[in-house]
Design a protein. Structure first.
Length: 397
C-alpha cells in the first residue's frame, strides 16, 4: 500500500450493454469498503444507468461516454456525435486521467483484459512502468464456448495482455462447476495466478416489505434481450387461467418502450394475476419475498437466485454467445435450478406452464450444494488484505 494514506481501489467496468458488469463491480466495492472502513473505491463505468443506482459510502463512480452495439455487431457512440474511434480515444484518455489522479493501490478490471476496443492498454502500460498498483483481472464463471473465446481473445490480443500486466486473475465461481479459461492458451505461470473465489453473494441486508404474497418473480435482468422470455411468461398466464401463484414482472431498464407498451396492455388484461414494475435498483426486496423465480441466465441474476436460495426456472439466451446456456445447463445438472431449453423442452406456453407448476417441487439450491459456493466476497476481501500487505496471507491460492 502507498505509504501515509488509506487504501484506494479502482474498478474498470466497460458496460457497453446490460447491468452485469456494473452490478458486479458495485458488489465488490461495497464488500471491500465494508471490510476496511478506511478504504475508498471508484468505479469507471460505461453503463447508461449508473446514475440510477445508489452507491455505498466511500464508493463513487465516473461515467464514461456510452457506446452501443448495432445489429451488425459494430459499435457506435450512444449519444455524443463522435465516431467510434474518437469516442474510444476519449474514453481511453478519461480512464488514464482518472488512474493518474486517483492513484489506486489496486485496479480490478472486469472481464476484458484490454478494455473496450483496447482502450485500457495505455493505462496498463502506464501502470506497469510506474509500479505500485496491483492489477487484477476479474472473470465471471462462464465467458463463452472455449473455441469462440479463444478466437476472441486472440483477436483482441487479450492473452498477451493477461500474461504481461496482471498480477492475479480472479474467477468469480468454482472450478468444480465450470472453468471459464478452458481453451485459452494461458501459460503455466498465468494459470498459477488464478484464484477461484466462489460466487459473489448478494448482500441480503435490510430488505423492504415485499408485495402481497405468494408470488413468483419474473426478471429479464437488464431487459434488453428479455422480450422473448417475458412474452413466454405472459403467454403462459394467458393460456392457463388457473396458473398460480401470481407473477410480479420487473421490466429491465433496457426493454424498449414500444415492447413495454405492448406488454402493459397484456398485463392489464390479466386482471392482477400478473403485475409489472419498472426497473428496480432494489430488486433484492422482490427476490426475498418471492416463492420462486423465472429469469434469464446472467451471472448476477444467478448469484441472486443462489443468495436468496430461491427455486428458479432459467430461460437462457443463446445469442450472441452461449454463456447463459452453459451456466444454466451446468447448474441444472447439479440440481441448483431448472432450465427451459429451446431444443429439449421447446419455448412454448405449455412448457412454461409446466415449469411454473413444477417450481414448488424443485429442491432449494442450498439442498443441492453447499460448501464455499457463495464465498466470493469473503475471499476477495481477504485477497485485498494480502495484496495491500496488511496481514499475513490467509486465503489459499
Amino acid at each position: 500500500m502507498k505509504s501515509g494514506r488509506a487504501p484506494r481501489i479502482l474498478f474498470y467496468s466497460h458496460d457497453t450493454f446490460g447491468l452485469g458488469h456494473l452490478r458486479r463491480s458495485r458488489a465488490l466495492a461495497a464488500a471491500m469498503t465494508q471490510a476496511d472502513p478506511s478504504a475508498s473505491a471508484l468505479i469507471l463505468t460505461g453503463s447508461p444507468v449508473a446514475g440510477r443506482f445508489t452507491f455505498p459510502r466511500r464508493v463513487d463512480h465516473v461515467r464514461l461516454p456510452g457506446v452501443t452495439k448495432r445489429a451488425d455487431g459494430s459499435y457506435a457512440a450512444r449519444t455524443i456525435g463522435m465516431g467510434i474511434d474518437e469516442v474510444t480515444e476519449l474514453r481511453s484518455g478519461l480512464i488514464q486521467t482518472a488512474v493518474q489522479q486517483f492513484d489506486p493501490d489496486v485496479l480490478i478490471v472486469d472481464k476484458e483484459p484490454t478494455g473496450f476496443r483496447g482502450e485500457l492498454l495505455p493505462t496498463l502500460e502506464y501502470l506497469s512502468n510506474t509500479c505500485g498498483t496491483k492489477l487484477i483481472l476479474g472473470l465471471r464463471d462462464v465467458l463463452d464456448e472455449p473455441e469462440v473465446l479463444a478466437a476472441e481473445w486472440a483477436r483482441k490480443e487479450a492473452i498477451a495482455a493477461t500474461e504481461r500486466f496482471y498480477h492475479e486473475i480472479w474467477v468469480y465461481g468454482l472450478r468444480s462447476i465450470y472453468d471459464p479459461t478452458k481453451g485459452l492458451p494461458l501459460s503455466p505461470a498465468a494459470q498459477s495466478r488464478i484464484h477461484w473465489t466462489g460466487y459473489l453473494r448478494r448482500d441480503l441486508g435490510p430488505v423492504g416489505a415485499p408485495p402481497e404474497q405468494p408470488y413468483i418473480l419474473i426478471t429479464p435482468g437488464g431487459g434488453g434481450d428479455g422480450k422473448a422470455m417475458v412474452n413466454l411468461v405472459l403467454s403462459a398466464y394467458e393460456k392457463d387461467p388457473d396458473l398460480t401463484p401470481r407473477a410480479v414482472l420487473v421490466y429491465g431498464p433496457f426493454l424498449s418502450g414500444e415492447v413495454r407498451e405492448e406488454f402493459e396492455t397484456r398485463v392489464a388484461a390479466l386482471n392482477g394475476r400478473v403485475t409489472a414494475v419498472g426497473f428496480e435498483s432494489q430488486i433484492e426486496t422482490l427476490f426475498a419475498g418471492a416463492a420462486g423465480v423465472v429469469c434469464m441466465g446472467g451471472y448476477n441474476t444467478f448469484c441472486e437466485v443462489l443468495s436468496f436460495d430461491k427455486r428458479a426456472v432459467i430461460v437462457p439466451r443463446t445469442t450472441p454467445r452461449l454463456e447463459q446456456w452453459i451456466r444454466a445447463s451446468h447448474a441444472e445438472n447439479l440440481g441448483l435450478v431448472q432450465m427451459l431449453d429451446e431444443n429439449r423442452d421447446g419455448l412454448t406456453p405449455d412448457s412454461m406452464i409446466k415449469a411454473i407448476r413444477n417450481l414448488p417441487n424443485q429442491p432449494l439450491p442450498s439442498q443441492a450444494i453447499s460448501g464455499r459456493l457463495l464465498d466470493g466476497l469473503d475471499y476477495v476481501t481477504d485477497r485485498i488484505d494480502v495484496l495491500l500487505n496488511r496481514e499475513q496471507e490467509r486465503a489459499t491460492g
